[in-house]
Ligand binder design. Structure first.
Ligand SMILES: Cc1cc2nc3c(=O)[nH]c(=O)nc-3n(C[C@H](O)[C@H](O)[C@H](O)COP(=O)(O)O)c2cc1C
Length: 207
């Protein structure tokens, strides 16, 4: 059975529209898929400490609890066939909770290495979907702000070998319920044409 790693990064927990969509997506991949949910807000990762920083570059005890945690997080990712990340935009960037996950998972000589000055990802590529929720717009005619999040996340996931990354942009969510429903509808429409989520269309999609 397929295994899906679902990273939830919103402080709004079950009320997050992006979180709801991401959970639908995980179920839709396969009815019997094993979904490993890591809610990075409800169960926050500890800040990067000196022991972990030392362990990463090989100067400290690899039995350090933070190093063990890093291995656990990387293991969850390695065992998953699909990765789904549901994240809000916080100050044009990934929220701190997701940044910490990246700091535990993007590790030299473990998930990437450097060959002739080039970084080479050590993880097998797998379909990765990012549901990105924002109060305002950064794409299209209504765009009024920068987006450092999607290029950054694409870059850093690529470093560890995840290149097959698709974004679902839920923009303008601060504009009220109608805007939220329209953004969700648009995203579901797009997903209903994606073979990963076939055969049935998402609820509310009129084909
Ligand atoms: C600390 C913080 C920073 C935010 N920064 C941005 C931002 O830079 N751009 C934006 O469009 N929305 C920003 N927002 C709004 C959220 O992205 C928006 O409310 C989004 O819908 C939250 O999605 P969620 O319910 O999945 O967490 C910010 C919200 C918070 C709490």
């Amino acid at each position: 059975m397929p295994r899906v790693l679902l990273l939830e990064c919103s402080p709004n927990d079950l009320a997050s529209p992006g979180g709801q969509l991401a959970r639908e997506m995980a179920r839709r991949i396969h009815p019997k898929a094993e979904v490993i949910v890591r809610n990075l807000v409800r169960e926050p990762l500890p800040p990067i400490c000196a022991d972990y920083a030392g362990a990463v570059v090989g100067h400290a005890d690899r039995a350090d609890e933070h190093f063990v945690l890093s291995e656990q997080l990387i293991g969850e990712l390695e065992r998953s066939h699909y990765l789904i990340i549901s994240t809000p935009m916080h100050n044009y960037m990934v929220p701190a909770a997701l940044k910490l996950w990246l700091d535990y998972v993007v590790r030299i000589r473990r998930t990437f290495e450097i060959h002739n000055g080039q970084r080479v990802g050590l993880l097998e590529d797998r379909p990765t979907f990012v549901v990105l929720s924002s109060g305002g717009h950064y794409l299209g005619a209504k765009a009024k702000q920068m987006d450092f999040l999607s290029p950054y996340l694409r870059h850093v996931l690529g470093i560890i070998g995840l290149h097959h990354v698709e974004y679902l942009h839920l923009q303008g969510l601060a504009d009220g319920e109608e805007a939220v429903n329209a953004a969700l509808q648009q995203a579901r429409e797009r997903l209903s044409f994606n073979p990963v989520f076939a055969p049935e269309p998402f609820p509310d999609v009129q084909l």
